[in-house]
Design a protein around this ligand. Structure first.
Ligand code: NAD
Length: 304
């Protein structure tokens, strides 16, 4: 597929560096964000911009969205008090959504896209701002095989790994499942490190065992919640994110919606969602999600 012009909508923390990588790779990009400061930042980074989302989309071959949530996506597709993106796009335009949204919203959005005579790919990412800047994101993709092949070259500019998870919505499904494991495992790892402290274990000793034993997980070996054993983990820089608590709370909320709509008898996922909601509301929104360990430690104080 000739990617022609890419309308890139949503130039926030993730979208800006992703769009920058496309421009650097020689793609023709027209960016837009509803926040003027984001548009100015994009211009300063050498990303061409349009005066509105509809302007950006007119004549574009690909409409790439990187929005905070599904409501913004559905509103933009349909239009609020006027035409939407689906109305002004040329026939057969590729709508590539990289936002993290509800599985049901992703399926609804894809249905609208296809009904309007266009093509839809959901491709949420993991890897954070660092991965977006480095072009090493992992894309979890829900799409028809031929549509994935059409956008593969674009995704390979922005990402290091592409996983085709299934049909529309499957990318979002894989993302919420993965992040539910991550939320639960970070809480488990943090509780274990605080328990180890109480039992007189050094962080290094516990790390040396867990990292090579059956408790091994990403939350310990890459994002270790205590400073020392993994020098690059956010714990070594006072829990500067990394992956912010607000985003973990958001993703667990999406997982809870999926659990509710499917009726899965999950217990730990909902508990993790409540724990991260509290973490977000009590000062953890902008801290790395591994900072949950300081809450656990604080609540364990005075019981030695
Ligand atoms: P962000 O809030 O920084 O950026 C989103 C941007 O979309 C904002 O600048 C906002 O103004 C813009 N926007 C909203 N509605 C719009 C519209 N109708 N038209 C044009 N622009 C619009 O968020 P982010 O951190 O860049 O995250 C984007 C998405 O990626 C989210 O869904 C998030 O969950 C997901 N994500 C983020 C990270 C991360 O580490 N930040 C990691 C993985 C996935």
């Amino acid at each position: 597929m000739d990617s022609g012009t890419i309308a890139f909508l949503g130039l926030g923390h993730m979208g800006l560096p992703m769009a920058g990588n496309l421009v650097a790779a020689g793609y023709s990009v027209r960016g837009f964000d509803v926040v003027p400061a984001a548009v100015e930042a994009a211009q300063a980074a050498g990303i061409p911009t349009a005066a509105s989302a509809l302007e950006a989309v007119k004549g574009a071959h690909v409409v790439l969205t990187m929005f905070p949530g599904g409501q913004q996506l559905l509103d933009a597709y349909r239009g609020v008090d006027g035409p939407g993106l689906l109305d002004v796009a040329g026939p057969g335009t590729m709508f590539l959504d990289c936002s993290t949204i509800n599985v049901d919203e992703a399926r609804e959005a894809a249905g609208l896209v296809v009904e309007a005579g266009h093509r839809s790919v959901d491709a949420p990412v993991s890897g954070g701002v660092v991965g977006a800047e480095a072009g090493t994101l992992t894309f979890m993709i829900g799409a028809l095989a031929e549509d994935l092949e059409a956008v593969r070259p674009l995704l390979e500019v922005m990402g290091g790994k592409l996983v085709h998870c299934g049909d529309h919505g499957a990318g979002q499904a894989a993302k919420v499942c993965n992040n539910m494991i991550l939320g639960v495992s970070m809480i488990a790892a943090s509780e274990a490190f605080v328990l180890g402290e109480k039992l007189g274990l050094t962080h290094q000793a516990l790390y040396d065992v867990v990292s090579t034993a059956s408790g091994q997980c990403w939350a310990v070996t890459t994002n270790c919640p205590v400073p020392g054993p993994v020098p690059a983990s956010p714990a070594n820089r006072d829990y500067q994110p990394g992956f912010a608590g607000a985003l973990m709370a958001k993703d667990l909320g999406l997982a809870m919606n999926a659990i509710e709509s499917t009726g899965v008898a999950a217990e730990l996922g909902p508990m993790a969602a409540r724990i991260y909601e509290r973490f977000r509301d009590e000062g953890g929104a902008g801290r790395d999600f591994s900072g949950i360990i300081t809450d656990i430690r604080d609540r364990s104080a005075g019981v030695d």
